[in-house]
Ligand binder design. Structure first.
Ligand code: ADP
Ligand code: GLC
Length: 493
């Protein structure tokens, strides 16, 4: 191909500027990989209030954004680069929509989230016009930016500027679909003829993710297993039938890992750096972690870590059900997370009741997340569903063996320990039951104590694995190129 594929990549959160979960990690890393592989890519996100304007370059332009029934609203623009790269990231500034302390909610979801993110998508397109950047590919992520593929195939289908742009929609989590009252049609500016169950409508509401799935040219999700799972009623969150209808354009591409950030040999947050050849130093990180949580600094006790949002997806009810039983074993458990109120309370109480065995930090701390990865022997991730999951992959690099439920990306990345062959990189269970979780933790703990050589062998296996963003980026770029040529061919028809 003679020139680089021009890509507009839009997301609601991007590391290191704003993050609530893995979407931000992906949006911070994938565009850099795509740029290295030869795409001319620009990233766009909101300029949330928490992102200091003074750290960004102000671009003297005002984007007029047609918000249909709301009239024309104006956006300011800021710019900087993704760290250690030449990838430009643009920030859409709009005080009324983004001048708040949360990304999506404070105690409750903001009631104008529909407009906030329709605005983001529309402003991103206006930005392309203002920069005269005609994207070959518009890459949207989750419901927040699913408006992009919808607009490109409806109101902008014949638009001179965008008529050759193809769209990719990546579903990071099907649970969140962006479902809003049908009045949103008047803001979207998409004809009511598209308000049908085949396109945008679900139960008399607008479902933005559904619309994105309908209209995108390629649909991706973040593991192969999840790509299959979401086509079933169990994992489809009501969209399984719609996804089966669009399965011909659905691909599963596993996320990569940013090993400049998540790597015990360079990690700046952990007590001692180590790698596969100096694994014995990991015990210093364990000591440090025990100290942080005021746990007895014992080397011989298996320390199990958890980092994640306290929501049903992550299996917190399962953990809560078995925690008393687990704590009868000679183990230590540390949990970092926040989310559902009952869970925050519950795990704080467990910590109060078992100060020598269980530590818990309610809140968000990137530093502590690194320290838990490095200091734990085992990492607990009993998710009910998990599109990809990043923490289990970080754990592998830190020689911290994951205990996971075999779902989505967890199933694709973790190979169950086989006592016969002594191979594997973790411990898996299949049924989302407290019993299965309990027995798998018990099995992992027994392996830790009784099969020390196997445990060490697995740790080393795990640390040598490599989940590269360049591999994932190559898979995305293949899709981009296929769409680009398809668009070209269509023009001659
Ligand atoms: P999800 O996106 O569903 O939350 P992932 O495993 O893909 O799950 O990504 C979660 C990301 O958020 C990881 O980088 C993890 O370290 C981070 N994370 C989650 N909760 C916390 C927390 N309380 N403190 C610090 N980091 C967290
Ligand atoms: C979502 C998923 C998680 C995935 C992340 C990044 O938040 O819950 O499994 O790793 O997106 O794709």
């Amino acid at each position: 191909m003679k020139r680089k594929i021009r890509t507009l990549f839009v997301a609601s959160e991007v590391v290191p500027f704003a993050k609530t979960g893995g979407l931000a990690d992906v949006s911070g890393a994938l565009p850099k990989a795509l740029a290295r592989l030869g795409s001319d890519i620009k990233v766009v996100m909101p300029r949330y209030y928490t992102i200091d304007k003074n750290t960004l370059e102000h671009i003297p332009m005002a984007l007029g954004v047609d918000m249909g029934a709301m009239g024309e609203l104006w956006a300011g623009v800021y710019r900087t680069y993704l760290p250690d790269s030449e990838v430009e990231i643009y920030f859409i500034d709009h005080e009324a929509f983004y001048g708040r302390s949360g990304l999506y909610h404070e105690s409750e979801a903001y009631e104008d989230n529909d407009k906030r993110f329709v605005f983001l998508s529309k402003a991103a397109l206006q930005l392309c016009r203002a920069l005269n950047f005609k994207p070959d590919i518009v890459h949207a992520n989750d419901w927040h930016t699913a408006t992009l593929p919808i607009l490109l195939k409806t109101s902008l289908h014949e638009d001179d500027f965008f008529k050759e742009s193809a769209s990719v929609l990546t579903v990071h989590n099907l649970q969140h679909q962006g479902v809003f009252g049908k009045e949103l049609m008047n803001v979207l500016g998409v004809g009511w003829e598209h308000f049908t169950p085949m396109e945008l409508e679900a139960m008399d509401n607008v479902n933005l993710l559904k619309g994105g799935i309908t209209f995108c040219d390629a649909l991706t999700t973040v593991s192969k297993k999840y790509a299959r799972e979401i086509q079933t009623p169990e994992f489809g969150f009501g969209l399984d039938e719609h996804l089966r209808a669009h399965a011909h354009k659905l691909y599963g591409i596993l996320n990569g890992i940013d090993y400049t950030e998540w790597n015990p040999s360079v990690d700046k947050y952990i007590a001692v750096n180590y790698d596969v050849d100096t694994l014995e130093k990991k015990k210093k990180c364990k000591q440090d972690l025990q100290k942080r949580f005021n746990l007895p600094q014992r080397e011989d006790v298996p320390l199990i870590g958890f980092v994640g949002r306290f929501v049903t997806q992550k299996g917190i009810e399962l953990i809560a059900t078995v925690i008393d039983g687990l704590l009868e074993m000679d183990i230590q458990v540390v949990m970092l997370g926040n989310g559902e109120f009952w869970a925050e309370n519950f795990f704080s109480q467990v910590a109060a009741g078992h100060p020598d065995k269980f530590g818990c930090y309610i809140g968000y701390s990137n530093e502590l997340a690194h320290q838990i990865e490095a200091g734990s022997d085992l990492f607990l991730m009993p998710s009910l569903f998990e599109p990809c999951g990043l923490n289990q992959i970080y754990s592998l690099r830190y020689g911290t063996l994951p205990i996971v439920r075999a779902t989505g990306g967890l199933d694709d990345t973790i190979v169950n320990y086989d006592p016969q062959t002594k191979e594997g990189n973790g411990f898996k269970f299949y049924h989302a039951t407290p019993d299965a979780l309990y027995h798998t933790v018990k099995w992992a703990v027994e392996t830790y104590h009784q099969e020390k050589d196997d445990f060490l062998h697995m740790q080393k296996n795990a640390m040598r694995e490599h989940f590269s963003w360049l591999d994932s980026g190559t898979a995305y770029l293949d899709i981009y190129k296929a769409l680009y040529y398809h668009q070209k061919i269509q023009r001659y028809k």
